[in-house]
Design a protein around this ligand. Sequence first.
Ligand code: ZN
Length: 283
Amino acid sequence: MSPPRKVDVDPDEQIVLREWRELIVENYEKDIARLEGMEDSVHGFHVEHALMDEKDTLRRFFHENPTRALELGSRIMREQFDQHNIPTRPVLRVVGLSKNYLNRVDELRMRDRNDLVCLDVKINEVSHPYGWLKLAIYECMDCESRVEVPQRRARERESPSLCRTCLHELMENYQKTDIPKRFIRPDSEFSMIVEECKYEDVQDISMSQITYNNEHHLINCSTRNQIVGTLTDDLVDQLEPSTYVRINGIVRVQPVPDRTFSKDTRRLLSIDILSVEELHIED
Ligand SMILES: [Zn+2]
């Protein structure tokens, strides 16, 4: 197996990692210690957004690139779980986002893609849980180097096009000849190592925008302003239809589900749900 690829963390991200570590150790060390002995395979760990707001770089970074900020935070949480010998995989569930993230379904547009939003909604439908291939592991049939290829949900599975190890070897051998480099290309063939691939549990939901007054009495539940969302890991099976919740998530763009050809360019907005907070609303 080839050595793991070097993970690039730029100087800004170094600060983010440091601030995540401070935040988690200062505020959540006791909560983590209490999880020792837990046997679940995955655990959603609540992190208060207000604490992230106190860290200058993390606050900005989470706002600009929430997906990456959470990846870096998960790395620190993983490290803290390891220190307490907890084999469970932690998932960061940021809760209590500032009011300025509160949006309405009808306000969301394509330009909001990858942005952080909170929506107050009524849950309509919740699908059966299913899994998808999140990370495919391939092996070069020539040199046996392994390659990881992250996949996208509801898209065609992607496989590596050429083997870097084989390419490198070819380059070295050709160095003393005058064959132009652009003609050097290994005849790579890969096989997928099914057992090593990583899968994720998910559930699709549909939800409707709600409005309510200061006394938390429902004013309206919109039949027009609906959006779909995806729950993952520990959130699967946690939501019931007809309940009122605030969902915190990241806006994504998805192909339409019933497309009849793979290059269909039509897209829908959806929400990758980061956390769910109960709303006490009276009908
Ligand atoms: Zn190879």
